[in-house]
Design a protein around this ligand. Structure first.
Ligand code: GDP
Length: 448
């Protein structure tokens, strides 16, 4: 049984916890897109861990973990993550494999990310996390990227030097275009002087990377197909979420990859015929980080101060796992859910953070949008249109009591059950998992 797990909103749906729960039934866990800008939070045995690149399957003894070709992998971050794992007694060697086809995010991509953002005029800035993810995906498509398999060849360090020199030429141009005041860009982990990187320094850094990571690199396509043939279960985990997909999200306020379920095949080498089940992780309300339209938005750190939205942010601890940026919050949006169901083929929902809604006397659900005076129930393809829509709400009674200790669906307060049923009814698919707290134990497994 091979399962794809996706985020259904703008990321941060609590995928980390659901993946951790589903890993029980998996033999192999594959991360299929994104980079180390996304982070999953897993709480296991009372310890909180933020995983950025390594699938959380690593925390389960005996599970094999794969970083697929759809990922852009920053080797320095990965080394840090491997060492942090070791420090807590988990040894990734022998269980963690990186595809030879996985693209690498290099320090010079970070420099480009910073310099390109600094050259953008105010109001035109993308608000990137500055981790080089965008430039690394751009290099992949421009066919200048370095892949992990290159580390296994003798010419690897010459390729690094070549790329640093080419990047320095681009940086000189970007310096001339710089809009921001200030002298230089900063790239943690290497020296930058007058917008120039030191090729010798970078070659030395990547020599160490090559030594440390080469043992993890292999062609993971035959490996996955052999696992499949042997009847093993594969869990493919996406980062971010549907509304951040480069094609199906709120372009241009999106990430550089395909977090949707189609991306799982492209990013792993399994075929669409190999996928048996798609699980959509979705929160009982909505959040978004960064710029871009958000129809049901109630609260943000800038200009919206709705008290219900603030309660969601506080009770849900809505701050980025890696970036620490506060998240924007709002009511559940069933238009998004239906769209996510369609583009991903969601079989089962993993509905998370229902407990955050325990304190509201009335709860709203967005059932459709009004666009330029017309009711629509589909997702507009343009961000400008989505920014103009007004949510059409339906209101339900809240249950006003704690749900975190519930252990069976039957024991859920009737009004909470009615809310969950309505969300599923409006969204399509079936309910597979209900999550009512951050811990592994606060999970009701209904169909998965
Ligand atoms: P991901 O990127 O989708 O894995 O989401 P994050 O890890 O960034 O955010 C999920 C956060 O919500 C983490 O702090 C989790 O511990 C927490 N979380 C997950 N499920 C639940 C839940 O059902 N209730 C509550 N209160 N917190 C949850």
């Amino acid at each position: 049984m091979n399962t794809v797990l996706i985020g259904s909103q703008w990321g941060d749906e609590g995928k980390g916890k659901v993946i951790d729960v589903l890993t029980d039934k998996a033999d192999v866990v594959v991360r299929y897109q994104g980079g180390s800008n996304a982070g999953h939070t897993v709480i296991a045995e009372g310890k909180k861990r933020v995983l950025r690149l390594i699938p959380s399957g690593i925390l389960h003894e005996g599970k094999v973990c794969v970083i697929g070709n759809g990922v852009v992998m920053n080797p320095l971050d990965l080394i840090e993550e491997i060492e942090a794992m070791r420090a807590t007694g988990v040894e990734p060697k022998g269980r963690l494999f990186i595809s030879t086809r996985t693209q690498m995010v290099m320090l010079y991509h970070r420099a480009l990310d910073k310099a390109e953002e600094a050259a953008r005029a105010p109001g035109k800035k993308i608000g990137t996390t500055g981790r080089g993810i965008g430039p690394a995906y751009a290099a992949k498509v421009s066919r200048t990227g370095l892949r992990c398999g290159d580390m296994l060849t003798a010419g690897f360090l010459d390729l690094v030097r070549e790329q640093v020199e080419e990047t320095n030429a681009k940086l000189r141009m970007l310096k001339a275009e710089r809009v921001d005041a200030g002298d230089d860009i900063e790239v943690p982990g290497c020296t930058v002087k007058g917008y120039q990187l030191d090729a010798d320094e970078l070659v030395a850094i990547y020599r160490t990377v090559q030594e440390k990571l080469s043992p993890y690199v292999r062609d993971t396509v035959p490996m996955l197909h052999e696992a499949k043939k042997a009847g093993k279960s594969i869990l493919l985990e996406g980062a971010q979420g549907t509304m951040l997909d480069i094609d199906f999200g709120t372009y241009p306020f999106v990430t550089s990859s395909n977090p949707t379920s189609g991306g799982a095949c492209i990013g792993s080498g399994l075929s669409p015929r190999d996928i048996d089940c798609v699980v959509g992780v979705i929160k009982a309300y909505t959040t978004r980080v960064g710029e871009g339209p958000f129809p049901t938005e109630l609260y943000n750190a800038v200009n919206l101060q709705d008290p219900d939205g603030k309660t969601m942010a506080e009770r849900g601890h809505e701050f980025g796992a890696v970036t620490k940026r506060p998240r924007r919050t709002g009511w559940y949006d069933a238009v998004i859910a239906r769209y996510a169901q369609q583009v991903n083929g969601v079989d089962y929902w993993a509905l998370t953070k229902l407990d955050v809604m325990d304190v509201f006397p009335k709860i709203k659900i967005c059932v459709a949008y009004e666009l330029d005076g017309r009711r629509i129930d589909y997702m507009p393809s343009s961000a400008a249109e989505l920014a103009r829509v007004k949510p059409i709400y339906e209101e339900m009674d809240g249950w006003m009591c704690e749900t975190s200790n519930v252990t069976r669906m039957e024991d859920l307060p009737p009004k909470a059950k009615a809310y969950v049923d309505r969300l599923v009814e409006l969204s399509g698919g079936k309910l597979g998992i209900l999550s009512i707290g951050p811990a592994r134990e606060s999970t009701l497994r209904i169909a998965l």
